[in-house]
Design a protein around this ligand. Structure first.
Ligand SMILES: [Zn+2]
Length: 152
């Protein structure tokens, strides 16, 4: 694992934590060169899942992207990382447990929104604003106000 700060190839593991019955492993690392501290998250993932992007390009499903976007929309919200990690695991499970091995980015966004709506309206609105193709402010407001707008 390269250091995200100086790209030095050698980092030391300070602490390893297994969360959610081992489905998630968090390691606290420190760069041996610049001393930058960072964490890495390992998560078991189904291999065959393919994501169809808006331009029809296919790429393999990347749980890191979902993790990043969730941490972004949950920023400064009153939830601890354990709670957020559990939410992310739930979302990933709903994505992986579908019968098809292909999923569109739009469906991923809808699944994520369904979970966020039950959890935190602020995070929900943040996520909707950056992941849904709204044409106008009115459309956005309508989406946020309607109670049953999410169907896959
Ligand atoms: Zn470094």
């Amino acid at each position: 694992m390269h250091c995200p700060n100086c790209l030095h190839p050698s980092t030391s593991v300070q602490d390893t934590r297994s969360l959610m019955q081992g489905s998630l492993i968090k390691r606290r690392r420190k760069c041996t060169q610049c001393r930058q501290k960072f964490i890495t998250i390992e998560r078991a993932q189904k291999i065959a899942m393919v994501v169809i992007k808006n331009d029809n390009i296919r790429e393999s499903f990347n749980t890191e992207k979902i993790t990043k976007s969730l941490y972004m929309v949950m920023r400064k919200r009153p939830f601890n990382t354990l709670y957020i990690d559990r939410l992310i695991t739930e979302i990933i499970k709903s994505i992986e447990n579908r019968s098809s091995n292909e999923i569109s980015v739009h469906t991923i966004a809808l699944i994520t929104l369904k979970h966020l709506r039950k959890t935190d309206m602020t995070a929900y609105i943040r996520y909707a604003a950056s992941h849904m193709p709204f044409e106008s402010l009115e459309e956005f407001v309508k989406f946020c106000q309607s109670p049953s707008n999410i169907s896959e």
